[in-house]
Ligand binder design. Structure first.
Ligand code: DOR
Ligand code: ZN
Length: 434
């Protein structure tokens, strides 16, 4: 299968190319980039007026298989990813049972190979059964091909156990993805601790719940010498700590999720659990620091923390509903609407934060760039399309998002994975009409 993507604005973070070009793809590889390429191909895509970016990579996705497939499964989650413009997704291990052994890693990767239109990489737990008591079989899982270790959903509170696991990760050349939350400080909190939580008489989560573990994890990972990736950063002090760590030359990367750079706690609607996620929506001041950090590349990665839950679960009220919102099908639009259009980040930074840098974190050397010889994973985006987010169009089983009804600009037109079109917006609309 050969493909020619014509007249798009090609953005390549690796070579800093930002120009109207044609891209020729064959045998799952980018073969040539240039102006007015005249090549006989199986298919031509007219990308004029569109952005052509390296395939987007989401480092933080909950696919919920095994154990919670009523929330999401590998087929629905990966199709939602393709629709959202992602060609590689990294699945979190907080499933039932948790992914803490090579057999369980193989279960997901084998199933994903059969069912997923995009690349699915699995992460492994830091500790056995996610119990926080002893390191999981990190060597075995490394052999089975995990992308990282993480206890996402909670922190490993025993620092000694965490350090031992970090040493194993370093020996296996794996990064550690950190969900930063001091279990002993949370005390049943279900939203940010501020005047709004007090007015609603709801238990709050302070910034220190996150910040004290961010500090610990940066120091611990640096001492061990393992690359640390901070998940879903949400606070002002997180900005300062990541900035300082980077200035000191530490191996730290940090992600921000679209909900945290779009909404603050004062946007919440009382009783609406679609605004409940972990970490919670913080204050306007925190949000401004996230945007500042994204602008300055202190925060180098945007990932979704796609966390599908069933409607029944989310109907349980603010204190009892599970934390989390879906993100795969809204991330591109929110990034463009909230960051690129207002000038917080450039298109090049968007491609860096959603593709190039995530690829570096998981050491996917042939991804994150559209240069000749790279994998043919490409996302084509219409930067001017305006529409209203509508959960009834979601492929994901999860409809839990506070963004239903939000007017946005920017839409994925095509997702190309391994040289094949795995999502086409126009073909999807044609199918709707039939
Ligand atoms: O909001 C969240 N949901 N944050 C997490 O850390 C875990 C996730 C989930 O698994 O639902
Ligand atoms: Zn998390």
């Amino acid at each position: 299968m050969s493909l020619l993507i014509k007249d798009g604005r090609v953005i390549d973070p690796a070579t800093k190319l930002d120009d109207i070009c044609d891209v020729f793809i064959e045998n799952n590889k980018v073969m040539k980039i240039g102006k007015d390429l005249k090549i006989d191909v199986d298919r031509v895509i007219d990308a004029s007026g569109h952005l052509v970016m390296p395939g987007l990579i989401d480092l933080h996705v909950h696919l919920r298989d095994p154990g919670f497939t009523y929330k999401e499964d590998i087929a629905t989650g990966s199709r939602a990813a393709a629709k959202g413009g992602f060609t590689t997704i990294v699945a979190m291990p907080n499933t039932k049972p948790p992914i803490d052994s090579s057999d369980r890693v193989n279960y997901v990767t084998v199933k994903a190979k059969k069912l997923s239109p995009v690349h699915v990489l699995q992460t492994g737990c830091v500790t056995k059964g996610m119990k926080g008591e002893e390191p999981a079989d990190i060597r075995g899982m490394a052999k089975a091909g995990i992308a990282a270790i993480t206890e996402d959903g909670k922190s490993v509170m025993n620092t000694r156990v965490y350090k031992d696991a970090m040493i194993l990760a370093r020996q296996c050349h794996l990064p550690v993805f950190a969900h930063c939350e001091d279990k002993n400080l949370v005390q049943g909190g279900c939203m940010n601790e501020d005047e709004i939580s007090r007015a609603w008489h709801l238990p709050g989560i302070t910034n220190a719940v996150e910040d004290v573990i961010v500090a610990r994890d940066i120091i611990l990972a640096d001492e061990v010498g393992v690359p640390l990736h901070l998940c879903h950063c949400s606070t002002k002090n997180c900005y300062y700590m990541v900035k300082a760590a980077k200035e000191a030359g530490m191996q730290v990367t940090a992600e921000v999720c679209p909900h945290h750079f779009t909404l603050s706690s004062d946007d919440m609607k009382e009783g609406d659990t679609n605004y409940k996620m972990n970490p919670p929506l913080r204050t306007r001041e925190d949000l401004e620091y996230l945007r500042k950090g994204l602008n300055e590349d202190v925060f180098d990665i945007i990932s979704t923390d796609h966390a599908p839950h069933s409607a029944e679960e989310k109907e349980q009220g603010m204190e009892d509903a599970p934390f989390g919102i879906v993100g795969l099908e809204t991330s591109v639009a929110l990034t463009i609407t909230e960051l690129v259009k207002p000038g917080v980040i450039t298109w090049m930074q968007m491609a860096e934060k959603m593709s190039y840098r995530p690829a570096r974190v998981i050491r996917q050397d042939k991804k994150g760039s559209i240069a000749e010889g790279m994998d043919a994973d490409i996302t084509i985006i219409d930067p001017e399309a305006e529409y209203v987010i509508d959960t009834s169009t979601f492929v994901s089983k999860g409809k839990n998002t506070p963004f239903h009804g939000k007017k946005v600009t920017g839409r994925v037109s095509y997702t190309i994975c391994d040289g094949k079109v795995v999502y086409s917006q126009s073909e999807e609309s044609d199918a709707d009409l039939q």
